[in-house]
Ligand binder design. Structure first.
Ligand code: GLN
Length: 487
């Protein structure tokens, strides 16, 4: 049962082969056995989960499941607010923060009957690519405990990969769902901006942040999207669209599918083993009748620097609210109000968050605004235009999710620019607001998972998931169990 994904567990619950309570015990036991080595969970919500599992079993017994996912466990990245359960965002600033309400995503998955196992570790305020900036310590990669799981949704990724939960939520601002998915050998989808509610999701860079599902198969991602996505009037950028079935194209016909290969995604800096595994996957699609289209996204090179201006700018504004007055951490000793602000923020935030606030404040300041912030906004537009032109010629774009496989803990921790460079392939999609997913497509020489990234036009999630599902019907990369956490 630990091996089973969301779809199989839903079937087992439906057929009464297992109860929600039995499943919960199984996954809680697995967390107890495996998590001390990984540190993927910040909070395990045992009591709340037991009540939810009991309610799910009662609904099933009465023949009234809340949804096909009723009773299936899930974990939330610790930036989705949960009533009565702390939401830390991986920060000392919010280490004891208990939200008075549930995030839109939390609410929707609870309404679908999913049982909340707990909250997963993450880079502080979702800033990072290695999960090393968390106040609660780094998460370790279940394929090699000396390596990072990626970030910022590293806890969710490690938890899913190590079979501590069949599914988890993540958030993606510049790659935080797809990059850790790639580095831990699981699947993750960043939906079209505005598809999944940001209500109650702690803000990092609001024009980029988007929640999404992480699981072990594309089919599971589709089922999770069916429960997660939808209009939320409490999020001003939420899109009002008719509900859709994200699983409707799982039997996608690959014949004639046009797959774009941007030359910028296969250039210098790409680890040859990663490039080779990605091209193996592309070759498989071609053998199924897909047509490969060579193309160029000329502004790719500028996306990364633009992101590292825009995201910090928005972060500096969003994080101004943590002042020790209304909620969160407050310095113990101070002389006056200004000193209280200063000490609270100096003690409450870690180094990477401070770096972002400083950069963000600088690029927004009078005299530098035009040179940096405005310029970056223009680049953002160019990046979106590159994609618009590309999607006139292809149905989806394939490439690597990350230039390398998982790196060692500490390897880039003192070199922020090296850390940022690893986001080169994941940053363009959120800048344009486009959907993109990562699925495993093989291993490098060290036995570490490689991720294939598929990017699509706005609202093409179902097609992306369909293409990914077809690949997973023919391959078993997504079924491999990490060697440090055998079953
Ligand atoms: N690694 C990127 C950053 O540090 C992306 C983070 C994210 O998507 N939340 O900003």
């Amino acid at each position: 049962m630990l091996e089973a994904g969301v779809a199989e567990l839903a079937e087992a619950l439906e057929a009464r082969r297992v109860s929600a309570r039995e499943l919960l015990d199984l996954f809680l036991g697995r967390i107890r056995a495996v998590d001390p080595a990984l540190n993927a969970f910040v909070t395990v919500a045992e009591e709340r989960a037991r009540a939810e599992a009991r309610a799910a079993d009662e609904r099933r017994a009465a023949g009234r499941p809340a949804s096909p996912l009723d009773g299936v466990p899930v974990a939330h990245k610790d930036l989705f607010c949960t009533r009565g359960l702390r939401t830390t965002c991986g920060s000392r600033m919010l280490a004891d923060f208990v939200s008075p309400y549930d995030a839109g995503v939390v609410e929707r998955l609870a309404r679908a009957g999913m049982v909340l196992l707990g909250k997963t570790n993450m880079d502080e305020f979702a800033m990072g690519s290695s999960n090393e900036t968390s106040f609660f310590g780094p998460v370790r990669n279940p394929w090699d405990l000396r390596r990072v799981p990626g970030g910022s949704s590293g806890g969710s990724a490690a938890a899913v990969a190590a079979r501590m939960t069949p599914a988890a939520t993540g958030s993606d601002t510049g790659g935080s769902i797809r990059q850790p998915a790639a580095m831990t050998g699981i699947c993750g989808l960043k939906p079209t901006y505005g598809t999944v509610s940001r209500y109650g999701m702690v803000a990092f860079a609001s024009s980029l942040d988007q929640g999404g599902p992480m699981a072990r198969s594309a089919r599971d991602l589709a089922l999770l999207m069916n429960a997660m996505a939808g209009f939320d009037a409490r999020d001003s950028t939420s899109l009002e669209r008719a509900p859709e079935d994200y699983a409707r194209l799982l039997d996608l016909d690959l014949a004639g599918l046009r797959i774009g290969l941007p030359k910028e995604y296969f250039g210098a800096g790409l680890d040859p083993a990663v490039g080779a595994r990605v091209m193996d996957a592309v070759g498989w699609f071609e053998r199924q009748g897909a047509r490969l289209v060579e193309l160029s996204l000329p502004n790719t090179r500028l996306a990364l620097p633009a992101y590292y201006v825009l995201a910090p700018a928005e972060a500096s504004s969003n994080l101004a609210r943590y002042d020790g007055v209304r909620y969160g951490y407050r310095a113990k000793a101070y002389t006056d109000l200004a000193d209280m602000y200063r000490r609270t923020r100096a003690e409450g935030f870690g180094a990477e968050v401070k770096r972002r606030i400083l950069i963000g404040t600088y690029v927004l300041s009078h005299g530098y605004y035009d040179a940096y912030y405005l310029q970056a906004q223009k680049v953002r537009r160019l990046v979106a235009r590159d994609f618009a032109e590309a999607f006139a010629r292809c149905d989806l774009i394939a490439g690597p999710t990350t230039p390398t496989t998982a790196f060692a803990l500490g390897e880039k921790a003192d070199d922020p620019v090296q850390m940022y460079l690893g986001d080169v392939y994941t940053i363009p999609a959120p800048l344009a607001g486009l959907p993109a997913l990562s699925i495993p497509c093989g291993f490098d020489e060290a036995g570490l998972p490689v991720g294939l990234q598929l990017t699509g036009n706005y609202f093409s999630e179902a097609r992306l998931l369909g293409a990914a599902h077809r690949f997973q019907q023919a391959t078993d990369w997504h079924r491999r169990v990490p060697r440090e956490t055998p079953l």
